[in-house]
Ligand binder design. Structure first.
Ligand code: CA
Length: 308
């Protein structure tokens, strides 16, 4: 009897595995690609409420939504994952307090953006700047250009400009790097603006907060959606930009679900029952499991017979 129970439990477990739709196991494909590059901080910006912006890097370096004009729960800019939302900015920002972990001598900033306008004007995507004057780095929109500028230890800016890289209401993946001596920008996985030689950045030696969506004093705010903002302590390569973008490939469309199976009488008197609306694979699976159960039952009955 115990053996029969074991067989039935196994059969039910198999049926459950087969019946749970595969979409229930769908997970983000972009997040692990980012985390694989060990970001110092990674803001997915998927909060539905509250003022804390969680850090998905595993380093617990949360930021704070601040300023009056930002909207949580904007449509995700990831093609592969709609459930982790984004933030629509128009004056607010995410502030991340100054800390020693920001003081990298080589670094990368990355985000998905969807500007609501590319008209003349500036909108900061990610910056590390103090409220009044000097700053460390600043990735921004200027009109339709992407501009990456980093202040060096001589208090001068080194700048990469990607002309006309942005279109209004169109998403773009942006990665900007500083190796300590060379700055690069990749928009949608393609380098633009060329290699720019740069002096050593001030970044390792300053005490300034980081902010997403505006400068640290709230000015030069970005108008539009920002998503999946990350900061790394190394200069990532174009191959990694490509890998992140590839990881965000749109999922295969879900196949049309089979209609509920229906048992119908296809011939009257005597009634011949037909199972409709079930594809061959599922019918074959059920039949196969049935055969397995029968084999086990025969074994159990046989062993009872031998005992008798
Ligand atoms: Ca997100």
């Amino acid at each position: 009897m115990r053996r029969l129970k074991t067989v039935l439990v196994v059969v039910w477990a198999l049926l459950l595995v087969l019946l749970v739709p595969s979409s229930a196991w769908a997970v983000s494909t972009y997040e692990p690609a980012v985390v694989a590059d060990t970001p110092l901080a990674y803001y997915r910006l998927g909060e539905a409420s509250g003022t804390s912006a969680a850090d998905a890097s595993g380093n617990s370096r949360s930021g704070t939504y601040t300023g009056s004009t930002y909207t949580l729960g904007a449509a995700s800019l990831l093609a592969s994952e709609s459930t982790n939302t984004a933030v629509s900015f128009s004056g607010g920002r995410v502030a991340v307090s100054d800390a020693a972990w920001m003081d990298a001598s080589a670094f990368t900033v990355e985000a998905l953006v969807k500007p609501s306008t590319v008209a003349a004007g500036v909108g900061v995507i990610i910056a590390r700047s103090n409220p009044t004057s000097y700053e460390s780095f600043d990735l921004r929109r200027n009109g339709s250009d992407v501009v990456w500028r980093v202040m060096n230890t001589g208090f001068a800016y080194n700048t990469v400009t990607c002309s006309g890289a942005l279109t209004a209401d169109t998403k773009a993946h942006i990665m900007a790097t500083h190796s300590g001596s060379v700055m690069k920008v990749y928009v949608n996985g393609t380098q633009c603006g060329g290699d720019v030689s740069a002096s050593a950045p001030r970044n390792p030696s300053i005490n300034e907060a980081m902010s997403i969506g505006a400068l640290g004093n709230g000015s030069s705010s970005f108008a539009g959606t920002i998503d999946e903002a990350a900061y790394y302590g190394t200069a990532l390569t174009e191959a990694r930009a490509d890998a992140h973008i590839a990881a965000d490939a749109e999922p295969e469309p879900e196949p049309e679900p089979d209609p509920d199976p229906v048992l119908t009488c296809t011939e009257a008197s005597p009634c011949v029952m037909t199972l409709e609306g079930q594809d061959d694979f599922e019918v074959a699976t059920v039949v196969g499991l049935g055969v397995l159960v029968m084999i086990q039952l025969v074994g159990v009955i046989g062993s009872w017979g031998r005992r008798g």
